[in-house]
Write a protein that binds this ligand. Structure first.
Ligand SMILES: *Cc1c(COP(=O)(O)O)cnc(C)c1O
Length: 410
């Protein structure tokens, strides 16, 4: 008998990329180095203290006092599923808003839990229309839950979470809100808006290693889950069992926490606490305005109306007559820059420029615009070389940081 050795495989060294797509975003060296700290047991008292701090720091990010605020061991998709499997019982009516790819996944989740999805549709690139949601509640006043995506990453549109939640409250329904892309890029005010189950992702604006889903549940959700008649069909995601690990006291083994990933989330959240939420929102907005000035100078126009644009996710129509795939290919292969493509019906029609978290910085914006200009010019587009960077730089100068104005020509 011979043992297969795979001797041709050696260590994996990924290239250093500039990440300007829909996530993951770049990771700060402090967050990376936190990952390399010693692994300890998930019930080690030192680790348990760190867990408490993590919960506290996440409450700041979500702007909530909810006791059940913690990172789910799994990507944003697990956070999404966690809400639905715990809150939707067979036969429950759920109003789901679909204005992009992620709303579609919510419908799938409701149906797999045996619930009935009442779908409120809006076109891709438009926000959820609160009037349509109100109509749906009027027709189905026995609806238990309203589910919607705050920031649709597939199009870069922001919906009005505060107004949507207020409608759900009028009808006594709970809310499930996807804030994977919105958290810390734009305001997410869980308590002020009265949101119930809110999940996010570690790899978007939080700029942490992928694979964790910060989540928060209001007391109303905990009560609902404790009083369920049917067992939650997922053992791993059953909140009743998870409470034993992430709850306040008498912690017991549920699953092995991804210790080192949690260190990195802790570090990313300490950095957020130091920067401040308002400063984080302002940073995303400032870089967005500069990127926008550059993209528009190149003749690219936004998919989403200005009022509803997410600063961290910029979807623009592809330049006419230019092979959109070729552009992305050249940016990645030649200049190590990743940007996003269109999804579903928008495939081939848009590019998505993400400036999330640590990717949201001046050098990335300037580099990306310069690279785009060169590629467009080389592919035969009629553009003025240098104009996009100049426009972006002007936009930066118009919004100085820390009262330190950039030097501008007279
Ligand atoms: C990225 C994303 C998700 C899924 O997160 P994963 O970590 O990829 O599972 C869900 N919702 C939205 C809006 C997202 O942008």
């Amino acid at each position: 008998m011979s043992i297969q050795s795979y001797s041709d495989i050696s260590s994996f060294y990924p290239p250093q990329r500039t990440l300007m797509g829909p996530g993951p975003s770049e990771i700060h060296p402090r967050v990376f180095s936190a990952m390399g700290r010693p692994t300890i047991g998930y019930l080690d008292p030192v680790f348990v203290d760190m867990m408490e701090e993590l919960k506290e720091l996440l409450r700041y990010a979500f702007q909530t006092k909810n006791a059940m605020t913690f990172p789910v061991s799994g990507p944003g998709s697990v956070g999404m599923e966690m809400c639905f499997v715990n809150m939707v019982s067979p036969g429950d009516k759920v109003i789901v808003c679909r204005n992009g790819v992620f709303g579609g996944r919510m419908i799938e989740n409701v149906e797999r839990c045996g619930g009935t999805a009442i779908v409120v549709e809006d076109p891709m690139g438009k926000p959820v229309d609160p009037e349509k949601v109100r109509e749906a509640f009027k027709k189905h006043p026995d609806t238990k839950i309203l589910a919607f995506v705050h920031a649709e990453t597939s199009t870069g549109v922001r919906s009005d979470a505060k107004t949507l939640a207020a409608i759900a409250q009028e009808y006594g329904a709970l809310t499930i809100v996807d804030t994977v892309t919105s958290l810390i890029g734009v305001p997410v005010l869980v308590d002020e808006w009265g949101l119930d189950a809110v999940y996010s992702g570690s790899q978007k604006c939080l700029s942490c290693t992928p694979g964790l889903s910060p989540i928060t549940f209001s007391d109303r959700v905990i009560e609902l889950v404790k009083n369920r008649k049917h067992k939650v069909q997922s053992w791993f995601m059953d909140l009743n069992l998870l409470l034993g690990y992430w709850g306040e006291s008498n912690r017991t083994y549920h699953h092995t926490a991804p210790t080192n990933s949690l260190y990195s989330l802790h570090e990313a959240l300490v950095m957020l606490r130091d920067e401040g939420l308002e400063a984080s929102w302002a940073r995303h907005r400032r870089n967005h305005l500069a990127l926008k000035a550059g993209l528009e100078t190149l003749g690219l126009s936004y998919l989403v109306d200005e009022e509803y644009r997410l600063p961290q996710m910029n979807a623009v129509y592809v330049m006419p007559g230019i092979d959109e795939k070729e552009v992305r290919h050249r940016l990645l292969e030649e200049m190590n820059i990743e940007i996003g493509a269109g999804l579903g019906p928008l495939a081939g029609k848009i590019w998505r420029f993400g400036i999330m978290g640590y990717s949201c910085k001046m050098e990335n914006v300037m580099l990306c615009l310069c690279a785009l200009e060169s590629v467009f010019d080389n592919m035969g587009a009629k553009i003025e070389i240098g104009a996009a960077e100049a426009a972006a730089y002007h936009a930066y100068a118009a919004r100085p940081l820390n009262n330190k104005p950039l030097k501008t020509a007279a």
